[in-house]
Design a binder for this molecule. Structure first.
Ligand code: ZN
Length: 250
């Protein structure tokens, strides 16, 4: 059983296309939320993911872009993008987006959960061991895949030992992968990173593949057509910062 795990695509069709081309074979696709918001191709991203995803968890941007939650908690750029996305979405795509359930969700595979923010709160950011501590204690499964922070990596616990997981890459240019073993008895919170708006100072689209039999996660980064993606944001009249930050990966 191999799962392709995608999070925080954020309406970036070029990044999603590059990821799907690079992913190779997999049995199931799990979407950890924030399909839309920030990016200029929300309908195309939903129409690509909808038929492929075996599991989808809603994200905070999905909720706001869908009109389920007010945009008042967002910064001005995020709010502008959410309001634009809401108007742009077709009725069918809006209805599908608004029907995506809240996490945690369990795929048809033992010992794994999928969430957007934290297993305890869908909107919580898990950025540090301090943030990860309570979720790692209270998780009902040994492995939880999460997103929301747009930072690839995660946290591991084995008894009283804790550590952060940071994939190590050679460059910020070509496609690369980094493999993490998941030994029995260890609990993991794993973030595949953001497909469409990375914030870990690496502009390349991020994703992960989970191999249940081999007990490992392979973190991946792939370059994509950044110029076209930035052009969509600018042509939509969205804040320039949303285009510029894609190059910076932050
Ligand atoms: Zn996000």
């Amino acid at each position: 059983m191999r799962a392709l795990i995608l999070s925080d695509i954020h309406g970036n069709l070029e990044a999603l296309t590059a990821v799907l081309e690079a992913a190779g074979s997999y049995d199931e696709l799990w979407n950890l939320g924030d399909l839309v918001g920030y990016g200029g191709a929300p309908n195309q991203v939903i129409e690509t993911i909808h038929p492929l995803a075996a599991l989808s968890v809603r994200g905070n941007h999905d909720r706001v872009c869908g009109g389920l939650t007010s945009a008042l908690g967002f910064n001005p750029a995020a709010r502008a993008a959410a309001l634009w996305t809401h108007k742009e979405l077709s009725p069918a795509n809006l209805a599908w987006l608004n029907a995506i359930p809240q996490g945690p969700l369990q795929p048809a595979l033992d010992g794994v959960s999928c969430v957007h923010g934290s297993p305890l709160d869908e909107d919580q950011y898990i950025l540090s061991v301090r943030d990860a501590w309570a979720p790692l204690q209270q998780m009902t499964t040994a492995i939880t895949f999460f997103g929301h922070t747009h930072i690839q990596g995660g946290f591991a616990q084995n008894g009283s030992e804790w550590h952060e997981v940071h994939p190590r890459y050679r460059s910020r240019k070509d496609a690369e992968s980094w493999r993490l073993e998941l030994p029995p008895g260890t609990r993991h919170l794993i973030n595949p990173g953001s497909v469409g708006q990375p914030r870990d100072y690496d502009w390349r689209a991020a994703f992960a593949l989970y191999d249940a039999e081999a007990r490992c996660v392979t973190f991946r980064r792939v370059p994509y057509d950044l110029t076209t993606s930035q052009g969509r944001i600018l042509m939509a009249g969205l804040p320039e910062r949303l285009a510029a930050r894609l190059r910076e990966g932050r």
